[in-house]
Structures are given as C-alpha cells and as structure tokens.
Design a protein around this ligand. Structure first.
Ligand SMILES: NC(=O)c1ccc[n+]([C@@H]2O[C@H](COP(=O)([O-])OP(=O)(O)OC[C@H]3O[C@@H](n4cnc5c(N)ncnc54)[C@H](OP(=O)(O)O)[C@@H]3O)[C@@H](O)[C@H]2O)c1
Length: 337
C-alpha cells in the first residue's frame, strides 16, 4: 500500500527535490511514497504546480505532478515532508504533530527541541526512540552542511573526536530560490551565511549525543565553524581539521572510510561516504553522484589539530530532501509509520 505524502513548501528549491525524488522523475529506487498534496504560500495557492513553480532542476518537471493544484491549507496525508522556510515551519509543523501527524522536516525551527530527534540514519537511528509510542511527531534532518560534516566524521568517531574546525564553501542552491543576487556572488565569495555557523557548531553534538533516560545527552567535542557562500550551483564543500584522541595513522583513517557501510533502506547508498584518493578530489562538479553519498578526500596530517580533509556533498539531496526521505524510510522500516 502506498504512503500518501504532502510536500510543504513544494514550489521551492528543496520542495522541487522532493517532487523529483518522490515521483521517480530520476532513476531512484521505487518507493512506497505517493505525492498526494502540494502545499505552498498564498501566492501559489489555487495554481497548477507547473504555473506556481519556477522549476530549476536539470530534470524535467514530472508530468504526473505538473497539473496538480497547489494548496495553502493543510491537507490530509500519512506523512508531511516539510521544506518550509524557517520562521514559517515552526508553528505549522507543531500543529501537525499535535494533531497526530508525522512530519519529516528540513527546517531549522524545531531541530533542537528536546522532543524532536535530529536524525541521520547511518549515525543515530536509535534517537527515534524519542518518538516511540507517540501518534504525532516531528523528525528533523540536520542543516545541509551539518549532514555532510557528520557523515565525514562518523567513520572517525571510533578514534575519539576531541575538537574540529570546519570552513564551508556552500552552493547557491542552498540559499533557496531566487537566493543570492548574481551581482553579489559573481566573481566573489561571501564570508557570511546568517545563523549557519551556530547550527554547524551545535547540531552535531545532538546527533552524536547519547540517548539516556528518554533524553539526548549532547556529545562534548568542540566545533568551530566558518561559513561562506561560493559561486557553485549545487554541492557544498567543507574543509575540515580534526583532533582525534587515538592519533591513528592516515592509512587507518582511510581504512575506516573504506569499511563504513550503508544501511538497508531503499534510498540509502551502499557506501554513504566515498573516499577519493586523487590529489584534486573531491569536487562538487564531479563527486555528487546521485546525491545520497558524500565524498571525502585529501586526508592528511595537520600541524595544528592533527588531521585535515575535504568533504563534498549534495546540499539539496543528502543535505535536504533526500535526508528527509531517508528518515521516512527509516521510520517505515522501524515500524513507526
Ligand atoms: N536549499 C537547501 O539546500 C536547503 C538545505 C537544507 C535545508 N533547507 C531548509 O529547507 C527549507 C526550504 O528551503 P528552500 O531552499 O527550498 O527555500 P525556498 O526555495 O525559498 O522555498 C520556500 C518554499 O516555502 C513556501 N513558503 C514560503 N512562505 C510560506 C508560507 N508563509 N506559507 C506556506 N508556504 C510558504 C514557498 O512557496 P511559494 O513558492 O508559494 O512562495 C516555497 O515553496 C528552509 O527551511 C531551509 O532552511 C534548505
């Protein structure tokens, strides 16, 4: 039986990824999800999706969705995928959860709430315990850069992460549509993304936290983040320096990446983290794959914190819509849906 899903913020950058992935417009595994409603602002309400949405993805807008009407009331659905802007998401998601509905959210508004698991399935699926036995709830996925960072860190967690420094080079699609003005970004780098550094410095501590007596006890490593916007359409690049308690050699670190296995979920990649050994990889133009895996490379010693590397991942797939879909697949596989 198919699971009926409503996409909230369906006309935006992340909403379009949801439509693309869930409608099977690209070559992704068949899923049990069926798009039953498209929700956006009053500006779009009453219009056909093809008229309300300025489609910016490389794939074609799916014909099966193009004639659906966009609504501005909350429709009935089995699950709600939220790609609402922060500020707007908070109350709408809470209202749905209070009514007994299940929300998988991309928005930052409810991510750090005590009763909301902030989940990357390969890292902390056990945090779903927070919503066990509840009828309505929100499961959030982290900020796009946080997801790429945490996936890059997960294989290293056995060596004891003590501190890290991360500089992000974030793609334009991460700012939504129409996003950053071309006059501002052309031939330029913007050294500021509002609220982003706070998210990257706090969310990983919840994700790597331990579930104790029904609460998440935060991890206690230190994180310093600096965020930039760069003139790349899709794919965030992170430069990461990390201090590891056990001082492994570089080959041990590479082996940890090579042996890191994926989960058995329809959209989960066999290898969530791909190790690139070339001297000039990973790159956002070459290493996004189908968007669900991230890539790491240039793993080397660092004279300040011990180790450094680059990580690259798709901000709208693994960093947003795909992350929510993976969480929904995890909920379904774990009997929560
Ligand atoms: N872009 C990324 O890579 C990325 C990654 C991770 C997380 N996120 C998060 O995902 C969310 C969506 O981001 P985005 O980049 O897709 O933004 P976006 O392109 O600006 O899209 C916003 C969507 O929300 C709708 N919307 C705006 N105000 C609304 C309102 N008052 N009521 C109902 N719907 C409203 C818009 O509908 P209209 O078309 O009708 O205005 C549009 O569908 C944000 O919370 C963002 O932080 C984004």
């Amino acid at each position: 039986m198919s699971i009926k899903c409503a996409i909230l913020g369906a006309t935006g950058m992340v909403g379009q990824r949801f439509v693309e992935l869930l409608s099977g417009a690209k070559d992704f595994p068949t899923r049990d999800f069926e798009i039953s409603a498209l929700y956006a602002s009053e500006r779009s309400a009453g219009k056909k999706y093809r008229d309300a949405c300025h489609w910016v993805l490389d794939s074609e807008m799916p014909e099966s969705i193009a004639d659906m009407e966009v609504v501005n009331y909350l429709p009935e659905a089995d699950i709600y995928f939220s790609a609402l802007p922060s500020g707007t998401a908070k109350d709408i998601e809470r209202r749905l959860a209070d009514k007994g509905c299940i929300v998988c959210s991309n928005a930052s508004d409810n991510r750090m709430a005590e009763d909301v698991p902030l989940v990357i399935p390969e890292i902390n699926s056990q945090h779903l315990e927070l919503v066990k036995d509840r009828q309505g709830y929100i499961v959030a996925n982290p900020n796009c850069s946080t997801i790429i960072l945490c996936l890059a860190l997960k294989p290293l967690s056995g060596f004891g992460i003590e501190a890290l420094n991360v500089t992000t080079m974030q793609a334009l699609s991460g700012a939504g549509y129409p996003g950053v003005s071309s006059i501002d970004i052309e031939n330029n780098i913007l050294p500021y993304i509002k609220n982003e550094e706070d998210k990257i410095e706090s969310e990983p501590l919840k994700i790597f936290g331990r579930l104790e007596n029904g609460r998440i006890k935060r991890a206690d490593f230190r994180i310093s983040a600096s965020c930039t916007r760069v003139n790349v359409i899709e794919g965030h690049t992170l430069s990461i320096q990390v201090k590891l308690r056990d001082n492994p050699d570089i080959e041990e670190i590479k082996e940890a990446f090579r042996s890191f296995k994926g989960l058995s979920l329809p959209s989960a990649p066999e290898k969530p983290v791909i190790l690139r050994e070339e001297e000039d990889r990973p790159q956002p133009r070459k290493d996004l794959g189908n968007g669900f895996s991230i890539s790491v490379g240039r793993i080397r010693k660092d004279s300040v914190l011990g180790y450094k590397m680059f990580a690259v991942g798709s901000n709208t797939v693994r960093g947003a819509a795909g992350a929510s879909i993976l969480n929904a697949e995890l909920l379904s596989a774990s009997g929560y849906l």
